[in-house]
Ligand binder design. Structure first.
Ligand SMILES: *Cc1c(COP(=O)(O)O)cnc(C)c1O
Ligand SMILES: [Zn+2]
Length: 429
């Protein structure tokens, strides 16, 4: 194959070129995957995630130096009796080389996604996210100038900030909940020139997040026996599985898939329940009192109601293929795990990363992993305190405010078209 990569549908087996394609052209219910020409991972002499550019669905690079950083744990490892514990950290921690200034691994997704879209000439990205994803895309826009449309519930707008000004973000706040902003975001994508980011279907998102598995494996010289991560959509876990399969095909890092140890935060644990019940789809009884449960978790980035669970190539397949496990973690267990981590590793965690640490503690207590195993802990976010001390913080100001259920028409539509036109994006309709 001449191209750097092709997309491949695990449903019908067809390969095809990438046009920022999110779905199989034949309509299969499957996550498309990238297939790279280079089966052996060739490292690039570049900072951040572009070190792994040969396995990212982009041709060029961005001048951003943020990427995952891996190191051998001493403090936490000793505490848990795990001599072979690699921590891969995504967040702000300059002493260790951690330069994700919005403090979560969503930056791993935002960077290649912005570049992929630019290279495919497909338009302007639209993102609906109330948390780390929205902030990561605002930051990528601030650093690259790429225009993005971000739609969030009004109550969450204060979570969107960047460390440099972001003049090319169109922030729309919706007077409603997260589902209302998703619905409005979908309508905004009816405007020619605006493209949905795509979530788990976006191969740039998954391959960007997969650099955690690449970095941890390259650092240790081998694939881990077990991989720990807290999951909301589970996209990061699918990405870890896919990256591990590529590393196996590379041939230098081992031949066994790492067991995926995935955790959610009680009382909202739909994937834990669906897995334990052996269900292919997530049903209402996996999310009793969804709204009230979501309000009670400490790590609300883990509260996705529609994760890519049963789709071919989704989270359930990843767990099954790897012989993985799931954990339901209480707020209390997450809090004390976060404290232990801060005491032993000397950096503060995102509440979601604390959930993953709690699952690791539980796995040790229950003898599910042992001291002879090589463990990779994906610390998906942290360093907020450090970032607040060191860096400037610019709140992203809303461009538009809409009511829940308001139609994307008339003045609203004109306002977004005007915003696009100012950025010289061709809008024909
Ligand atoms: C989004 C997020 C997660 C969960 O990742 P998924 O890919 O959605 O499962 C975990 N930790 C942090 C800090 C996050 O921002
Ligand atoms: Zn197909």
């Amino acid at each position: 194959m001449r191209e750097k990569y092709l997309l491949h549908c695990p449903g019908c087996g067809r390969p095809f070129p990438d046009r920022y394609t999110l779905d199989c052209p034949s309509g299969c219910d499957a996550l498309l995957r990238t297939v790279y020409r280079e089966r052996r991972l060739i490292l690039q002499d570049l900072p951040g995630i572009f070190r792994y550019a040969s396995w990212l669905p982009v041709e060029g690079r961005l001048r951003i130096d943020a990427g995952p950083v891996s190191y051998t744990s001493i403090g936490l490892a000793r505490e848990l009796g795990l001599p072979d514990l690699t921590i891969t950290f995504s967040g702000y921690w300059p002493e260790r080389g951690g330069r994700m200034e919005t403090c979560s691994f969503k930056e791993l997704e935002a960077q290649p996604t912005v570049l992929r879209l630019r290279e495919k000439g497909a338009g302007v990205l639209q993102i609906s996210s109330a948390g780390n994803t929205g902030r990561a895309f605002c930051q990528a826009s601030a650093l690259t100038g790429a225009p993005v449309v971000v739609v969030v519930p009004a109550s969450a707008a204060d979570r969107l900030w960047t460390t440099v000004p972001s003049p090319n973000v169109c922030l729309v706040t919706v007077d409603g909940d997260y589902s209302d902003s998703i619905a409005f975001g979908r309508e905004v994508c009816s405007l020619p020139g605006i493209v949905p980011e795509g979530g788990a279907k976006n191969v740039a998102r998954r391959d960007g997040m997969g650099t955690v598995m690449l970095d941890g494996t390259l650092f240790a010289g081998r694939l881990p026996d077990a991989y720990f991560q807290a999951v909301g959509s589970g996209t990061g876990a699918i990405a870890a599985w896919e990256a591990a399969e590529r590393l196996i095909a590379d041939g230098r890092f081992g031949s066994r898939l790492p067991e995926l140890h995935l955790s959610q935060n009680l009382p909202f644990v739909p994937m834990v329940r669906a897995w334990e019940a052996g269900r292919r789809t997530i049903v209402a009884e996996d999310m009793p009192d969804a709204e009230a449960s979501i309000a009670r978790v400490s790590a609300d980035v883990l509260t996705n109601r529609h994760p890519p669970w049963g789709v071919r190539g989704g989270v359930r397949d990843a767990l099954a293929a790897s012989g993985g496990r799931v954990y339901a973690v209480t707020n209390g267990a997450a809090r004390s795990a976060g404290r232990l981590f801060a005491d032993t590793e000397e950096i503060g965690l995102d509440p979601a990363a604390a959930v993953a640490v709690a699952s690791l503690i539980r796995a040790v207590e229950e003898g599910l992993i042992g001291p002879d195993e090589h463990i990779l802990l994906n610390v998906t976010g942290g360093g907020y305190q450090r970032a607040a001390e060191d860096l400037d913080r610019y709140p992203v100001e809303p461009s538009l405010r809409v009511r829940a259920g308001e139609a994307f028409a008339g003045d609203l539509r004109d306002a977004v078209r005007g915003w696009l036109a100012e950025r010289e994006v061709a809008v024909r309709a």
